[in-house]
Design a protein around this ligand. Structure first.
Ligand code: NAP
Ligand code: NN4
Length: 290
């Protein structure tokens, strides 16, 4: 009887903790007029984030490589209610463009409240092929450019007591097949920005860092890349984007979307062999016959 009482008490405490940690403290009005930089804003989750910021009346700098596409996203942001929407076309494979991007954003917005690091280089969803030049390029686009943008924007974010939002992945904390090169860039994000979060707190600089861990999301590129290779349902890009936007506004240290990602992280170290068998079970892989 005493055991059952203890178990029920633990479950009750767990239920209260889950309810408290998942409570929605998001205040949309706080985004009205907010100065936001969104990278990878021409497509996918970044495009959807731009539209959410626009609906909340933010001032937005959009960036990606394709200028014509950015112009269309900019026009839709203005239609949706953005107080300002401009774009800066740049290739984040360039070591100098991150600083140029932040300078442009500061010149046109007068400061920054949110910097959303979202872009990724084109990622093959394939077994590792040993291409070191592609690994170096992807590390530049997916990791080094994030560090460079954050570093250039940090003085402005310190001034505004703003937020750095870093989009990562399930593959940024748990190894998956076919994403070795990409996972390396994502694992680095938690290492770097988790450490930076400590240092900002120690320096009493009120800049929040939100790490966003996403599962499979139904963007065009993602669906094309994984088609026929995995049996896993993808979550909606617009809802993933809103979860990220809310995480930045509430200054959450981490957000997980969909919620199953958090569950996977919770059990990550308890049964590693079983976990890895479950992950490989989602893949359609027939080994070549000897
Ligand atoms: P996506 O649809 O492929 O869009 C990528 C964006 O990055 C585009 O706007 C693209 O625009 C831009 N981009 C690509 N190469 C670039 C470069 N060299 N320089 C600057 N910008 C570049 O990607 P997504 O699926 O929305 O992913 C967005 C974020 O969510 C990424 O951080 C990704 O890791 C994360 N995520 C996605 C999934 C998923 O299933 N979709 C799952 C987990 C995590 P241009 O081509 O015009 O440059
Ligand atoms: C790889 C990555 C970059 C877009 C699909 C997505 C992920 C969560 C899974 C989850 C799974 C794949 C169990 O981050 N995927 C990304 C590929 C191409 C991407 C792109 O280039 N835009 C991740 C690991 O996706 C397979 O099976 C689960």
């Amino acid at each position: 009887m005493r055991g059952i009482t203890l178990l029920l008490s633990i479950l009750a405490i767990l239920a209260v903790w889950v309810a408290f940690s998942w409570r929605d403290t998001f205040e949309p009005e706080s985004l009205s007029g907010a100065r936001v930089l969104v990278t990878g804003a021409s497509d996918g989750i970044g495009e959807q984030m731009a539209y959410h910021y626009a609906r909340f009346g933010a001032q937005i700098v959009l960036t990606a490589r394709r200028e014509a596409v950015l112009q269309k996203v900019m026009a839709k942001c203005l239609e949706l209610g953005a107080k300002k929407a401009i774009y800066f076309s740049a290739d984040m494979a360039s070591p100098t463009e991150p600083e140029n991007l932040v300078r442009f954003a500061l010149q046109h917005l007068g400061g920054l409240d949110y910097v959303v690091l979202n872009h990724i280089g084109s990622t093959p969803f394939e077994m590792w092929d040993g291409d070191m030049d592609q690994q170096r390029w992807l590390m530049q686009v997916n990791f080094f450019s994030y560090v460079a943008i954050a570093s250039a924007a940090l003085p402005a974010l310190t001034e505004s007591k703003g937020s750095l939002v870093v989009v990562s992945s399930l593959a940024g904390r748990i190894a998956n097949p076919y994403v070795a090169s990409y996972a390396a860039t994502k694992f680095g994000l938690e290492g770097f920005f988790g450490s930076l979060r400590h240092e900002l707190i120690m320096q009493k600089k009120d800049v929040s860092i939100t790490l966003c861990f996403l599962g499979l999301i139904d963007t065009k590129n993602a669906m094309e890349k994984v088609k026929g290779k995995v049996n896993m349902s993808a979550a909606p890009a617009s809802e993933a984007a809103l979860a990220i936007v809310k995480g930045g506004v509430t200054r959450a240290a981490e957000i997980f979307y969909p919620w199953t990602v958090q569950l996977l992280f919770l059990i990550r170290d308890w049964f590693p062999d079983q976990r890895d068998k479950i992950i490989r079970g989602y893949y359609n892989y027939d080994p070549p016959h000897a």
